[in-house]
Design a binder for this molecule. Sequence first.
Ligand code: T5A
Length: 215
Amino acid sequence: MSTTGFFITFEGSEGCGKSTQIQCLAEHLRTSGHEPLLLREPGGTPAGELIRHLLQHAPEGEALTPEAELLLFAASRAQLVREVIQPALDAGRIVICDRFMDSTTVYQGVARRIDPAQTDLINAFAMGSVRPHITFVLDVDRATARQRMSASRAKLDRIERESEAFFEAVRQGYLTLAQNHPDRIVLVDAAQSIQATGRDILTSIANKYPDLLKK
Ligand code: T5A
């Protein structure tokens, strides 16, 4: 990866607290003098936001096949990487993305049961040479996640309406992924309080990349 910036991704199942922790980390980085760029997937570009709407809310998306769904997530990522992430990293920025390639590996590869070889191939094509330096997988049990979601949601989107078995597969998929990539992925107990979870994330960054929290 020929860049000077730093790329952080957050992963986990619905309601695990990614957005909350991204805001906490961004605030901490700002007090250290950085201007982190916050992005989300799917989305983060005008084209990506349209794809997001189709994937999550549009009635036209209700009949999407797993294969079409995979390609739409990949299309959003391909656009985000080239239009936003790569230029920001080249400019030396810290980029924090709410979901990235691991979501495809887990949701489409594990939970939708698409051949992992196909998922990896399409993921690699979409990402080009961009890879996260560090990924936080926020792990939380389903009961807690459901409780948090029902408190924060008026209406569930297309994927949030999936079965309990689907979300259990998502959780197990992330746990396996974290086990297989201990160099990049940090598994965080996200059933703790917002503050305790945030402290664990900062401690991991301070241990692995101490210079990042200074400027
Ligand atoms: N998807 C995405 C794929 O299938 N394949 C892909 O390749 C990609 C990129 C995107 C959907 O797309 C799928 C996965 C998803 O289904 P989304 O709308 O972006 O979904 O939403 P999610 O990523 O699922 O995120 P959510 O908004 O549901 O949850 P977050 O961000 O994890 O949680 P957050 O921070 O909003 O918190 C939820 C609530 O819990 C509270 C918060 O205050 C909030 O009210 N909370 C806590 N409460 C107590 N203790 C804590 N520690 C708490 N942390 C947060």
